[in-house]
Design a protein. Structure first.
Length: 374
């Protein structure tokens, strides 16, 4: 049970509850003043057969009047058209400003639902019920919502904090292995930006994580949530340190975008896989930058890229990509949201746990960073 304070927006605090079922949800709904309201559960077509019944029961237990809205799964449906359909469900069922949305699913569902909640009637409340490792450790927290536009990742969006994040870790049991392990991309990112000890923990618990051992996953979700909380509390609307959470995302987002365009649904790279690849490139650039700054110094410290690759591979995450043109990735990086005055922004590391923002990477260096994962 973690509380987030000083968050942005009209709802200034929210709780993250980590549990092994949905039975505590009704009491939390009552706690946050949503009992008796209308709620629209939004989930994708894959989830609806698994958990909707339990969640409906819990929400009805808090005297909520429950509606459901099913979205089409996958990154390619994280588009404005999906949001419009949600607005229609809300309008047809007379949702008012005091009613709320429950996002049940992974990061795609959370981002779309949160954006619908941020914009319907200038903002209604929403709760996050994450069911993928990636959404439990990262996307459900911090209030970034949005959709892709013209294939650019998360180009249209809003900061809108959830009223509650309620994680039922047992839902991971039905998640397929590839989507589950994709979440490790964000977990490894958390360790790289914040904690050497967490990095060791991940490396020492590969087997327990892969076999979805409950206690290990509980620790993992808790530590990642604590790291994300510490960052988003300090900087909710990303004016400074929150940007560190974008480690691996400059090249990662470009890869994800190009992959969604060029590959089939089954072969397209997943978000977490792209973040892992992007982290390899970020470490490569960090070392290059450190060498450039300290050309004649003996004190320069290089990061262990081989170790990162070993860890990624132990979770069956890719350390190379194929089938996408390097030039397309470069072009895509040039349009990234983190760019400033035409220069591409990268989160780099001085050490594990010491990130910094760098706009001083040349085109050739960037190309080299992509070639290391090609
Ligand atoms: P996802 O939402 O597409 O879910 C992955 C797949 O697993 C889907 O097919 C889904 O139907 C299925 N699924 C989900 N839970 C399941 C379960 N318990 N059992 C069986 N199947 C299940 O993908 P994701 O990896 O959760 O999220 C990726 C998205 O998150 C990307 O769009 C990324 O940009 C976004 N993201 C957002 C933030 C943020 O701060 N808002 C942070 C990180 C990532
Ligand atoms: Zn991410």
């Amino acid at each position: 049970h973690i509380s987030i304070n000083k968050a942005l927006g009209s709802i200034s605090e929210y709780d993250i509850v980590i549990s092994r079922n949905f039975s505590g949800l009704s009491a939390k709904i009552a706690d946050i003043g949503l009992a008796g309201k209308k709620v629209c559960i939004i989930c994708d077509a894959n989830i609806k057969n698994f958990y909707i019944h339990e969640v409906k029961k819990s929400l009805s237990g808090a005297s909520c009047k429950v509606y459901t809205h099913i979205i089409q799964p996958g990154e390619k449906n994280k588009i404005f058209a999906s949001v419009e359909k949600i607005y229609k469900t809300l309008v047809y069922n007379n949702f008012e400003r005091s009613d709320f949305i429950a996002a049940l699913g992974g990061g795609v569902t959370g981002d779309i639902s949160g954006f619908a909640a941020a914009t319907y009637m200038r903002g209604i409340r929403f709760i996050q019920l994450p069911t993928t490792l990636l959404s439990m450790v990262d996307s459900s927290i911090g209030g970034k919502t949005g959709v892709d536009f013209l294939s650019f990742k998360n180009l249209i969006g809003a900061f809108h904090m959830p009223a509650l994040v309620y994680t039922n870790i047992e839902t991971l049991n039905t998640l397929d292995r590839r989507n589950f392990l994709s979440g490790m991309g964000e977990v490894i990112k958390h360790a790289l930006i914040k904690s050497n000890r967490y990095y060791d923990f991940i490396e020492n618990n590969v087997d327990n994580i892969i076999k979805k051992d409950f206690e290990t996953l509980l620790n993992l979700v808790y530590i990642s949530n604590t790291i994300k909380k510490s960052i988003v509390e300090k900087d909710p609307d990303e004016k400074s340190c929150r940007a560190f959470l974008n480690l691996g995302h400059t090249i990662g987002h470009a890869l994800e975008r190009e992959s969604v365009i060029t590959a089939s649904d089954e072969t397209a790279l997943l978000h977490g896989e792209c973040v892992g690849l992007g982290c390899i490139s970020a470490l490569y650039l960090s070392n290059l930058y450190s060498l450039r700054l300290n050309e004649n110094s003996h004190s320069r410290h290089l990061l262990d890229i081989a170790r990162l690759k070993r860890i990624l591979e132990s979770f069956f995450l890719p350390i190379k990509f194929k089938g996408i043109d390097i030039n397309d990735i470069l072009t895509s990086c040039l349009k990234d949201k983190k760019n400033s005055e035409g220069r591409v922004g990268f989160v780099l590391l001085k050490n594990i746990g010491s990130p910094f923002l760098c706009h001083d990477i040349s085109y050739d260096e960037m190309k080299g960073a992509i070639e290391t994962i090609y």
